[in-house]
Ligand binder design. Structure first.
Ligand code: COA
Length: 208
């Protein structure tokens, strides 16, 4: 009896907490049923952040849709940045997602703590260009993390990368290239260390 009461109270408490967090969340582009974007978080253009249902964003994340940046004094930006987060996604604290064009997290994606996902980086191609990097402009390319992926602690996902369905990125990896579906990628730069054979469900070590 006592246990049931405790369970019921705990459910009520969780609902009140979720309600309070929703009330305190900034005006997002979308916030699906049952989702919580906890406080405090740092947002740039929260109206460009679209969150599905039953998703939980832990506190102390930095979620930026960068449409203009007067501090950089560089060339004008595209101005259409957006972040799309699917259903049942969990994003742990100290994660930084920075979009200048489009970053997509599919459904059921797990993001561990301190992960960095960016769809842009400074162009740094001409060594004779003496301007500071921040004035040389950006290379921008969508980042897509497909359904069911797990991104390990402190991993970094770079512009243009697609991480295929149900793949796992190891802790501290720096992902510079696409990761195929049903794979485990680790290291700097990240390399596929195992792939699952979808026909048999068996993991196979990637060839060196
Ligand atoms: C990537 C990971 C999933 C691999 O797990 P695994 O399949 O059990 O891999 P193994 O331990 O068998 O290691 C396989 C090889 O990859 C290497 N490796 C494993 N994890 C690595 C990592 N994070 N970075 C670099 N290399 C890694 C191992 O050293 C080993 O190398 P070897 O074949 O030369 O000996 C796991 O190590 C990892 O990083 N998990 C993330 C944990 C995390 O962040 N959890 C938070 C969740 S909220």
């Amino acid at each position: 009896m006592k246990r049931r009461l405790a369970q019921a109270l705990s459910k009520v408490h969780a609902r009140i907490h979720a309600y309070e967090e929703r009330e305190r969340a900034p005006q997002l582009g979308a916030l699906g049923q049952g989702s919580v974007v906890a406080n405090p978080n740092f947002f740039l253009h929260p109206e460009r952040l679209f969150v599905g249902a039953k998703t939980y964003v832990h506190p102390y994340c930095r979620l930026e849709c960068i449409t203009e940046n007067p501090h950089l004094e560089g060339p004008p930006l595209e101005g259409n940045a957006r972040i799309e987060i699917g259903d049942r996604v969990v994003i742990n604290s100290f994660t930084h997602i920075g979009a200048m064009r489009r970053i997509v997290l599919g459904n059921d994606v797990g993001i561990a703590s301190g992960v960095c996902i960016e769809d842009h980086h400074y162009i740094y191609e001409d060594a004779t260009d003496e301007r500071p990097l921040k004035k040389q402009g950006f290379r921008v390319a969508d980042v897509i993390i497909e359904d069911g992926c797990m991104i390990g602690e402190h991993a970094v996902i770079l512009p243009g990368v697609t991480i295929g369905r149900n793949s796992w990125v190891g802790a501290n990896a720096v992902v510079t290239q696409d990761v195929p579906p049903y794979s485990i990628a680790a290291g700097i730069p990240a390399k596929v260390i195992r792939r699952m054979d979808p026909a048999t469900g068996e993991w196979r070590r990637a060839q060196a």
